[in-house]
Design a protein around this ligand. Structure first.
Ligand code: AGP
Length: 611
C-alpha cells in the first residue's frame, strides 16, 4: 500500500525517483510527490492523481532541481485524510527541514499531534505522517539518525519511511516496522524502495530491512542499526527476476499480460517439484518430521481476497485426497477471534505479496500459539516468507496488476501439489499418485487452450457489458471459482458481483434475479453438474440471462444456458484453473469495454499493508 522510492548517489535523482514511482504506482495512485535536495535546501513537489500529473508539474523551470542527486518520492493510497495535494507525501516537519515519506499507519498520531501542537507545531494536513515529520523535527539536535531513532521509539503502529534533513545534505534515513523497505545496492549509488520492482532497473543486489531496522545511507555507504543503536548485519540477496518481467511487453494492460503468462508461470511453479516415478510432489518447505506428520490434526489455511479463494480449493483437495481435516479462514478473522490452534495444526499463510497486514498478523498469532506455520508466497524475501521461515515460493514472477490472476492459478497449483504430497504420505497409492501428477502437469496446456479462446470470450463479454449486477454460482471445487470470478468482475469493471454456492441462491439472493441481472454458472461436467443445471433453470425462469462455463462437448450443459464458454475436459479439481482463466478473460474484456482503468481500479492497492 503506497510506494516509496529514494535515491542517493552521483547521478540526477529525479529520473530515478519518477521511474521508480511509475513502477510502484500499482501500490497506490491517488496522489504522488517528490522531495529533492538542492543548493537552497529541500524542494517538495506534490500533486493529486497519478504520477503523470507529478511529472507534468516538474516543468522546464525546475532545472535547478534536476541536478539534485539525493531525494525521496511517494505514491499514496489514502488512509488518513482524502487524496488531496496537501495530504500527499512528502511531508515536512518544523524548522529543521525534516522531510519524509511514509507507508503504514501511526496509530497514536492523535496523542502525538496534541502534544506537538502544544509545543507550537502547526499542521497543514490531516495525515498521520505529518505527525512523524514534526516529531522528528522536535527531537532533532544535529543528528538525523538519533532524531529518527528516538521518534520511532515513540510511535505505535506500522511504518516504512525515507527521511531527509536539509541540515545533513546527502544523508538518507530509512526504517521499517511492518511495511517493507528494500535497499538496492548499486556500484556507487543506493536506491531504496518499498518494493524491488522499483530498483531492478539499477541493481539486482537487494538488502531487505527487518522490522525495527534503521539505516543511514550516504552515497553507497549503508549503516544499518537496530532501534537500540546496535549495528545490524544484513547481507544483500540477488533479485532473480528480470526487469522485462515487470514491463507490459506489448500488452494493453498488465492484467492481460499476466493472464497470458499463466502457462509459463504455472510451469515455473511446478518445475522440479513433481516426482512422476514416486507419484508425489516435492515440496521441501512443507516437509514434516515423522512425528509431526503422525501428530498432524488439521491444516489451517489463512489469506485474504484472491489468496483466500485459492485456499478454499486447498481445503477441498486436502480433505478429498489426503483425508486431512482442513479449514480456510479469512486472515483478519483468524487473528481477532482467539482461534483454537496449537502444535498439532499446520497453518499455511497464502499471500502473493507476502506483505498483507492481516495475513502477517495471522502468521504471528499462529506462531504464538505454537502451530507449525508455513508461507505460500510469491514475492521472495517478503515479510511473510521470512517470518514463517518455511514454505513454498510460487515462482510466478512479478504480479503488477492489482487484480490478481497468475498468483491465484499458481497458488491453486501448489495447493494441489500439497494435497498430493500429504495424500501420498497417508492413504493414496503410487498409481493414484502418478495419475494426480499427470493431471497437475496438464494444467499449463489446459490454460493455453482457454487462452486460445480470447477473441471468442471478448465477443461474449459484449453481451454483458451494460449490466450493473451479476451473480456467479458453483458447487464443490467450482464454488471457489465462483467467488474468484465475482471478485475479478467487481474489482476491475465496478459491476456489482456476488459469488454464491449454487444451492445458496434459493436462500435469499434469488429475490434479486430479473432480466437485468445475469448469472454466470460453473456447469463443468462432474459431480454436482446436474444440480447446478437445475439451479440454472431456476435462474432462467426468473428471466436472468445465464452464461455457463461448460465442459467441451457437453451438449446438455450448452443447451441449458444462454451463452457458454467451454473449457477442456478434466477432473473438477483441475478444472478450477482453466475455468478461472476463462472468468479472468471475461472480466478483463467487460472492464475494457466499459473503459475502466483495469490495472489500477479505484480505491484499491496491490498490497494491503494496513488492517
Ligand atoms: C485480488 O485481485 C486482490 N488484489 C486482493 O484480493 C488480493 O488477493 C488480497 O489483497 C491478498 O493479497 P496477497 O495475496 O498479496 O496477500
Amino acid at each position: 500500500m503506497c510506494g516509496i522510492v529514494a535515491y542517493t548517489g552521483p547521478n540526477p535523482a529525479i529520473p530515478v525517483l519518477l521511474n521508480g514511482l511509475k513502477r510502484l504506482e500499482y501500490r497506490g495512485y491517488d496522489s504522488a510527490g517528490i522531495a529533492v535536495e538542492g543548493a537552497d535546501g529541500i524542494s517538495i513537489r506534490k500533486s493529486e492523481g497519478k504520477v503523470s500529473e507529478l511529472v507534468g508539474l516538474l516543468g522546464e523551470d525546475e532545472a535547478s532541481l534536476k541536478s539534485s542527486t539525493c531525494g525521496i518520492a511517494h505514491t499514496r493510497w489514502a488512509t488518513h485524510g482524502p487524496p488531496t495535494t496537501v495530504n500527499a507525501h512528502p511531508h515536512a516537519g518544523g524548522k529543521n527541514g525534516i522531510v519524509l515519506v511514509h507507508n503504514g499507519i501511526i496509530e497514536n498520531h492523535r496523542a502525538l499531534r496534541t502534544t506537538l501542537e502544544g509545543k507550537g507545531y502547526v499542521f497543514v494536513s490531516e495525515t498521520d505522517t505529518e505527525v512523524l515529520a514534526h516529531l522528528v523535527d522536535s527531537l532533532y539536535a544535529g543528528d538525523l539518525l538519533e532524531a529518527v531513532t528516538t521518534a520511532l521509539k515513540e510511535v505505535h503502529g506500522t511504518y516504512g519511511i525515507a527521511c531527509l534533513s536539509d541540515q545533513e545534505p546527502g544523508v538518507l534515513l530509512v526504517a521499517r516496522r511492518g511495511s517493507p523497505i528494500v535497499i538496492g545496492v548499486g556500484a556507487d549509488e543506493t536506491i531504496v524502495a518499498s518494493d524491488a520492482s522499483a530498483i531492478i532497473k539499477h541493481t539486482r543486489q537487494a538488502i531487505y530491512l527487518d522490522d525495527n531496522d534503521i539505516a543511514k545511507i550516504t552515497g553507497k555507504e549503508i549503516d544499518i542499526r537496530s532501534l537500540n543503536n546496535m549495528p545490524v548485519s544484513r547481507k544483500p540477496a540477488e533479485i532473480d527476476w528480470s526487469a522485462d518481467a515487470a514491463e507490459k511487453g506489448g500488452y494493453e494492460h498488465y492484467m492481460l499480460k499476466e493472464i497470458f503468462e499463466q502457462p509459463e508461470a504455472i510451469r515455473n511453479t511446478l518445475r522440479g517439484r513433481m516426482d512422476p516415478e514416486r507419484g508425489t510432489a516435492l515440496l521441501s518447505g512443507l516437509d514434516l518430521t515423522p512425528r509431526e506428520l503422525a501428530d498432524l490434526y488439521r491444516l489451517l489455511i489463512v489469506g485474504c481476497g484472491t489468496s483466500m479463494n485459492a485456499g478454499l480449493v486447498g481445503e477441498y483437495a486436502m480433505e478429498d485426497f489426503a483425508g486431512v481435516l482442513a479449514e480456510v479462514e479469512q486472515a483478519a478473522e483468524f487473528r481477532y477471534r482467539n482461534p483454537i490452534v496449537g502444535s498439532r495444526d499446520l497453518v499455511i499463510a497464502i499471500s502473493q505479496s507476502g506483505e498483507t497486514a492481516d495475513t502477517l498478523a495471522a502468521v504471528r498469532e499462529a506462531m504464538d500459539k505454537g502451530a507449525l506455520v508455513a508461507g505460500l508466497v510469491n514475492v521472495v524475501g517478503s515479510t511473510i516468507a521470512r517470518e514463517t521461515g518455511r514454505g513454498v515460493y510460487l515462482h510466478a514472477g512479478p504480479e503488477i496488476s492489482v487484480a490478481s490472476t497468475k498468483a491465484f492459478t499458481s497458488q491453486v497449483s501448489v495447493l494441489l501439489m500439497t494435497a498430493l504430497k500429504f495424500a501420498r504420505s497417508r492413504r493414496m497409492s503410487v498409481e493414484q499418485g502418478r495419475q494426480f501428477v499427470r493431471e497437475i502437469e496438464s494444467i499449463p496446456s489446459l490454460v493455453e487452450q482457454v487462452l486460445a479462446k480470447n477473441d471468442e470470450i471478448a465477443k461474449i463479454a459484449e453481451k454483458y457489458v451494460e449490466q450493473t449486477s451479476a451473480f456467479f454460482i458453483g458447487r464443490g471445487y467450482m464454488y471457489p471459482v465462483a467467488l474468484e470470478g465475482a471478485l475479478k468482475l467487481k474489482e476491475i469493471s465496478y459491476i456489482h458481483a456476488e459469488g454464491y454456492h449454487a444451492a445458496e441462491l434459493k436462500h435469499g439472493p434469488i429475490a434479486l434475479l430479473e432480466a437485468s441481472v445475469p448469472v454466470i454458472a460453473l456447469c463443468n461436467d462432474g459431480p454436482g453438474k446436474d444440480k447446478t443445471l437445475g439451479n440454472v433453470a431456476e435462474c432462467r425462469a426468473r428471466d436472468s440471462r445465464v452464461l455457463g462455463i461448460v465442459t467441451e462437448g457437453d451438449e446438455e450443459a450448452m443447451a441449458a444456458v444462454d451463452d457458454y464458454i467451454s473449457v477442456p475436459a478434466c477432473p473438477l479439481h483441475i478444472a478450477v484453473v482453466p475455468s478461472t482463466v476463462a472468468l479472468q478473460l471475461l472480466s478483463y474484456h467487460i472492464a475494457r469495454l466499459r473503459g475502466c482503468p483495469i490495472d489500477q481500479p479505484r480505491n484499491l492497492a496491490k498490497s494491503v499493508t494496513v488492517e
